[in-house]
Ligand binder design. Structure first.
Ligand SMILES: Cc1cc2nc3c(=O)[nH]c(=O)nc-3n(C[C@H](O)[C@H](O)[C@H](O)COP(=O)(O)OP(=O)(O)OC[C@H]3O[C@@H](n4cnc5c(N)ncnc54)[C@H](O)[C@@H]3O)c2cc1C
Length: 446
């Protein structure tokens, strides 16, 4: 049977810089082989399209949408090891395994992401200090390589491909199936919430939490200035014994693209103020369904439409501990001075490097915030990038849409090793994306 290709316009979650491609949506693994052999143009895998930038699109070439390859294959309750296809989502994992007393070891901030996308971005959650990133829990995966062969890849077998594929943004091939370890957990968490007055207090709260909390996250009012700079809400959480089924949080649809003026500094400032004042001044504990804690934004379906048709950028950097405080202060000053209508920024600590050559984490502090695509936005993004790099940090590829190739090289010291691996396994560059072309990945290799 021949492959069915469909012409589509694809963008990332930020809805910026969409491009046209031919998209195949295989239903079976055998079809996936034909997707690669059917074309001589380049190909990239796409999961749920939740990367904010251009990682899962491939203008004027081909894309393999993996969402229908979403079967759970085997589970061993004695070890927690799950084998599944790459299109399985975090929503499916919660629905299927919370009743059995298991949870995903690491979860990004949306349940719609696929585990293939989680492996390719080596995603982190609110528990990085305790449990690392997604790739830390992967035992093996089956990779469709550029020569059309599928190889079982693990730390012991094709270890170079293992290190290049974890965090490698789909550029080594297509992950068809994978095995990773789920962790024991429940469908509820006991959350401790506390209002935080400024950035000093935030860093002190994180330092205390790092040693003993399973989950921690900070929500910063990115518009606050002066003495209030860095104020926000801090949460830590532990699994709690409660109902065994994780309830599906209700979603509220965003019916239309909002006009550009709808999100002004004034309206977002009012929201941020409300959110801050609502939090208790003293630490208070409450119970929350796991999905409400992991995926608060999923309750607002298509919330990316809030930013209108021009879309938005998400800036996310990680900066080493030693420079994190000063750099975070400078970044927040830059955001509040730019007057951009930025909702709450997210601050988290990361515990150490991942297993991938392009894994994002390092031991330090990560700041993530939305910047609407309005006049001045790209200048602000460039300034934030400069501040992160100056502090010895790096920009997260799963969020990136604008970073300069030189910043990638400066931030990712193993990029040359990654490019050597690509040259070995994919000399014709069968796998490519808008991101790999924008960042000139592979071009520095002789
Ligand atoms: C609301 C929201 C919150 C988020 N929170 C977090 C967070 O807390 N932590 C975090 O780390 N990330 C976070 N992200 C980013 C998101 O988790 C990553 O971008 C993830 O990669 C998305 O998975 P996906 O299935 O949508 O993949 P896509 O966005 O479709 O693709 C992402 C990358 O994975 C590659 N890929 C996908 N499937 C495969 C496959 N089968 N084989 C090989 N490569 C593949 C693609 O080529 C692409 O390079 C968030 C995103 C959103 C929208």
């Amino acid at each position: 049977m021949s492959v069915r290709w469909k012409n589509s316009t694809l963008a990332g979650w930020g809805r910026f810089a969409a491009t046209h491609a031919r998209v195949a949506r295989p239903e079976r693994q055998s079809e996936l082989d034909r997707v690669l052999s059917d074309t001589s143009a380049s190909l990239i895998a796409r999961g749920a399209g939740k990367a904010y930038g251009d990682a899962a699109q491939n203008g004027a070439a081909n894309v393999a949408n993996m969402q229908r390859l979403d079967r759970l294959l085997a589970f061993d309750a004695a070890t927690g090891v799950l084998e599944c296809e790459a299109g399985v989502t975090f929503r499916t994992l919660l629905d299927a395994f919370v009743p059995k007393g298991f949870v995903p070891p690491v979860s990004p901030g949306t349940a719609f992401a696929t585990v293939g996308g989680a492996l390719a971005a080596d995603v982190h959650g609110k528990n990085h200090d305790r449990h690392g990133s997604f790739g830390d829990h992967v035992l093996w995966f089956d990779l469709l390589c550029a020569d059309g062969q599928t190889r079982r890849v693990s730390p012991d077998s094709h270890s170079d491909l293992f290190a290049a594929t974890i965090g490698g943004m789909g550029l080594t091939g297509i992950v068809r199936r994978l095995a990773f370890r789920l962790l024991p957990g429940t469908g509820h968490v006991r959350v401790e919430t506390q209002r935080i007055a400024d950035l000093d207090a935030f860093f002190a709260a994180f330092e205390a939490a790092r040693a003993n909390a399973t989950f921690s996250v900070g929500w910063i009012d990115a518009l606050a200035r002066g003495a209030k700079l860095g104020r926000g809400v801090f949460e830590t959480a532990e699994f709690a014994p409660a109902a065994s089924v994780a309830p599906v949080a209700k979603t509220l649809p965003i019916p239309l693209d909002l006009p550009p003026f709808a999100l002004s500094r004034l309206s977002v400032g009012a929201f941020n103020e409300f959110y801050w004042r609502r939090a208790p001044a003293q630490k208070r504990a409450s119970s929350r369904p796991l999905d409400a804690f992991f995926y608060p934004l999923d309750r607002l379906a298509d919330w990316n439409r809030l930013y209108g048709k021009r879309g938005f950028f998400q800036f996310q950097s990680v900066v080493p501990d030693a420079t994190a405080f000063a750099a975070t202060r400078k970044m927040l000053e830059a955001v509040s001075a730019a007057g951009t209508a930025s909702f709450l920024a997210v601050l988290k600590t990361l515990g150490g490097p991942g297993r991938g050559l392009l894994s994002f984490p390092l031991r330090g502090v990560t700041l993530a915030l939305d910047v609407p695509n309005a006049p001045g936005a790209t200048a602000l993004m460039a300034e934030l990038e400069r501040l992160a790099l100056e502090a010895g940090g790096r920009i997260y590829l799963a969020k990136d849409a604008l970073q300069a190739p030189a910043s990638l090289r400066a931030g990712y010291p193993h990029l040359a090793a990654f490019e050597e691996t690509l040259l070995r396994w994919d000399p014709q560059r069968r796998f490519a994306s808008d991101l790999s072309r924008r960042l000139r990945i592979g071009e520095a290799t002789p």
